[in-house]
Design a protein around this ligand. Sequence first.
Ligand SMILES: NC(=O)c1ccc[n+]([C@@H]2O[C@H](COP(=O)([O-])OP(=O)(O)OC[C@H]3O[C@@H](n4cnc5c(N)ncnc54)[C@H](OP(=O)(O)O)[C@@H]3O)[C@@H](O)[C@H]2O)c1
Length: 324
Amino acid sequence: MQAWLCDNPIGVQALRWTDLPTPTPAPGQVRIAIHAASLNFPDLLTVQNKYQVKPALPFVPGSEFSGVVEALGDGVHHLKLGDRVATIGVSGGFATHACVDAAAVMPLPAEFDLDDAAAFAFTYGTSHHALIDRAGLCAGESVLVLGAAGGVGSAAVQIAKAAGARVIAAASNDEKCAFCRQLGADVTVDTSREPLREALKAATEGKGPDVVYDPVGGDLAEPAFRAIAWRGRYLVVGFAAGTIPALPWNLALLKGASIVGVFWGDFVRREPKVFLQSLGQLFAWHAEGKVKPAIDSRLPMRDLAEAYARMGSRQVLGKLLLVN
Ligand SMILES: NC(=O)c1ccc[n+]([C@@H]2O[C@H](COP(=O)([O-])OP(=O)(O)OC[C@H]3O[C@@H](n4cnc5c(N)ncnc54)[C@H](OP(=O)(O)O)[C@@H]3O)[C@@H](O)[C@H]2O)c1
C-alpha cells in the first residue's frame, strides 16, 4: 500500500508519500481499499500539531474516507468482503488502504455513492448536531451561516433549508455567494464588501437572525452576535480564521441570547444513540435529494499538498476529494 506519512507534525511540507506493508486487520478490524478521502479543516490542523486530538507519531492523516471492505479480522460479523463503507476517525484516510475498527465503519445504503460517502458524515453530522440538536432550529426561523461556502458551512445551508428555515449565507466573495445561492441560500452577504451587521438587519427587517452558525470566528463573530435576534442561539463551531473571538457578556444579556458550544466528535462518543438518530435523518434527507455534498473537485491522492494549499488559501467551494 501507499500512504501519506506524518512523522514530524510541522505542516504539510513534511508529509511523505510512502510505500508501506499492506496491513492485516487485527481482531475486530477490517481492511478497506480506499476509494476517496475528503479534506476537512481538522486534517489541516492535525498535521500542524494544532488540533485538539494529537495522533501518535508516525501517523497517516485523513479523517474521513470511503471504500470497499477487502479483508476481515476475527470476530467481525456485521460486515462482509465487498461491502461499500465509510468511516470517520482521526487518521488513516490519505492512503490506498487502511485497517480500522469494524465498529467505526458504516455500511452504505445502496443508492449512496462512494464519493458522497467520503464527504458526508463529518460535515453533515456536525451541522445537523449544531442546528437541529444544539440550537433546536424550527421551521420559519432565520439562520445566518458564516463561512457558508466551506465544508461544514455548505452542509449547514442545506440542512437549515431542509428544516424549513430561511438561510442567510455569508461568504468572502461573489463566486462563493453565487455558490451558496445554488445550495439554496435565500440571501447572501459578501463579507468582503458589505458590513455584516447592517446587511443582517436589512435581511431580517431589523429583527436579526434567530440562529448564527459560526465555523469561522475572527472578526465576524462580534458583529454577528450584535445582530442576533431576541432569544437567539449563537453556535460556536470553529475558528477557521485562526482567532478565537472574545465577546462582551452584556451582549448575551441584552438579547436574552445563548452561546452554544458544538463539539461533534465528543457528541458521537458520548451520545452514540442520538448520533445514530441524527445520521438516520441525514441519510433519509440524502435519499430525498434534500442534502448532497457539493464536490468542488476530485484530485488524485498524490496531490494532497495541492488540496491542503487550496483549503489553506480559502479557495474551496464545498468539499475537496482525494481519490485513488
Ligand atoms: N465543532 C465541531 O465539532 C467541528 C466539526 C468540524 C469542523 N469544525 C471546524 O469548522 C471550521 C470549518 O471547517 P471546514 O472543514 O468547513 O473548513 P473549510 O471548508 O475550509 O471552510 C472554512 C471557511 O472559513 C472561512 N475562512 C475565513 N478565514 C479563513 C482562513 N484564514 N483560512 C481558512 N478559511 C477561512 C472560509 O470562508 P470565506 O472565505 O467565505 O470566509 C472557508 O470557506 C474549522 O475550524 C473546523 O475545525 C468544527
